[in-house]
Design a protein. Structure first.
Length: 94
């Protein structure tokens, strides 16, 4: 997570506004017990697999939208690019 910065509302992209609006949620999630245990490698295969399964659903949805051309309408704020697809890697891990 990048540090918070002041955003000029006149030049803020949708991505900037989303990042600013959700910053407190991300910080809270980063310090949650589950995330701390995940980073420390303290989850077993079942817990990790369940989390990874959730990430697979998120990535599939984003990648499907990208493939459908949704990005064209949101070019300055789209969160994923074809070169950053993760579905194949997540499926391989599962």
């Amino acid at each position: 997570m990048t540090p918070s910065r002041a955003i000029d509302p006149a030049s803020a992209t949708t991505s900037d506004r989303i990042r600013q609006t959700t910053l407190s949620y991300h910080k809270r999630a980063e310090h949650a017990d589950f995330q701390q245990r995940l980073v420390a490698g303290k989850h077993g295969p079942v817990e990790y697999g369940a989390w990874l399964g959730q990430m697979l659903l998120v990535h599939r949805a984003l990648e499907a939208l990208e493939d459908a051309g949704v990005r064209a309408a949101h070019a300055t704020s789209w969160p994923i690019e074809r070169g950053h697809y993760k579905t194949d890697e997540i499926e391989a891990d599962l």
